[in-house]
Design a protein around this ligand. Structure first.
Ligand SMILES: Nc1nc2c(ncn2[C@@H]2O[C@H](COP(=O)(O)OP(=O)(O)OP(=O)(O)O)[C@@H](O)[C@H]2O)c(=O)[nH]1
Ligand SMILES: [Mg+2]
Length: 341
């Protein structure tokens, strides 16, 4: 299925219904008073977060939405019907912005949450409202108000505790497949992963955390090389980044060089992302017989005070240590957050 994480749409809430001009007409009451009812409210544009969805694809092909107008007021003091709300479903993690001002209007981070984004217009008052002792037969009523309208940007930012970053072929998807039940595509060519994958890691103590596997980043990604940096938005809300570096013998790239280059691309994308806690994960230990690259990487990490783990998804070496370390860190973060809230 196609993965869409950024769309712009135009939406308009319903127009309020017109107020009514009408007078009572009954046998033996030739000049009854005004009895024109009010118009109904126009329907609102509402967004709802739905955990069943994981892409904004539905909104890519349909870009115009309009909620129904309110009904017009009627005689005998009858109100027009309110227009029903138009509820648009989006995946959990969708941020809604006003395209003109770039302001965030809503951030739908919880399943089931509903937010009114554009309000329908108020219905006009019927002529019954304008009657007074000096003005007994008003022959006018208000029109309904316009509904709000806007061009909106919908941006999906996955909600994951941990983000996997690194160059293509570093072993990100393989690690995700090893520690969770996710089944990402894995292959020995660059850019196997074209869209982010999410996985849930379940620990023995019944806790769990979520991991996002993001397409690989290469040098000059910030000017569009490879798949560019567009998918990094999915790492923005993580607590922690795992920076995967291939240390196997048959590789040309130096892991320290790869670490520095990828981090440079990260800081081009966002200083917040670049400032996130990172754990360096050396991968493919089972085919790193000489260990030269790993030694060099260790030296660099010690000097720069960066935590380092070495793993092999093939032999499972180091995997348990890595995930229990992450789990402990995340529990500390969660307890800290709970204390502050
Ligand atoms: N021997 C060995 N090979 C591994 C290990 N981890 C990954 N690989 C291989 O390395 C290649 C790339 O792995 P992927 O998991 O697809 O790499 P990726 O980082 O997701 O790559 P992109 O999606 O292209 O960014 C595949 O052929 C994997 O089988 C490991 O621990 N040992
Ligand atoms: Mg991959």
């Amino acid at each position: 299925m196609k993965f869409v994480d950024y769309v712009t749409i135009y939406a308009k809430a319903g127009h309020g219904g017109r107020g009514c001009v009408s007078f009572r007409r009954e046998k033996y009451i030739p000049w009854g008073g005004p009895n024109g009812g009010d118009g109904g409210y126009g329907g609102n544009i509402v967004f709802k977060a739905d955990s069943q969805l994981n892409t904004l694809l539905d909104h890519k092909y349909r870009k115009h939405y309009a909620a129904k107008n309110g009904g017009h007021g009627m005689g005998k003091d009858m109100h027009g019907k309110d227009g029903p709300n138009l509820v648009l479903k989006v995946p959990v993690g969708t941020v809604i912005k006003d395209q003109t001002t770039d302001q965030v209007i809503a951030d739908l981070t919880e399943d089931g949450i509903e937010v009114v984004i554009l309000r329908g217009g108020r219905g006009g008052k019927g002529n019954a409202h304008f009657k007074s002792s000096t003005f007994q037969s008003p022959k006018f009523a208000q029109p309904g108000e316009e509904g709000q309208e806007a061009f909106l940007v919908l941006e999906l930012k996955l909600l994951a505790d941990v983000g996997l970053i690194g160059m293509p072929n570093a072993g990100k998807s393989t690690l995700l497949a090893t520690i969770s039940s996710a089944k990402p595509k894995i292959a020995d060519y660059p850019f196997t992963t074209l869209v982010p994958n999410l996985g849930v890691v379940k620990m023995d103590n019944y806790t769990s955390f979520t991991v996002a596997d993001i397409p690989g980043i290469i040098e000059n990604a910030h000017i569009g090389a490879g798949l560019g940096l567009q998918f990094l938005r999915h790492a923005e809300r993580t607590f922690l980044l795992l920076h995967l570096l291939d240390v196997s013998d048959d590789l040309e790239v130096d892991p320290v060089d790869a670490l520095i280059k990828t981090n440079k691309e990260l800081s081009m994308y966002s200083p917040i992302l670049a400032g996130k806690d990172q754990i360096v994960v050396a991968t493919k230990l089972d085919i790193a017989f000489q260990g030269r690259r790993l030694e060099k990487l260790k030296e660099h990490c010690v000097q720069n005070n960066i935590p380092l783990f070495a793993i092999s998804a093939a032999s499972k070496e180091g995997i348990n240590q890595l995930i229990s370390h992450i789990s402990t860190l995340l529990q500390e973060v969660r307890v800290g957050k709970a204390l502050h809230s």
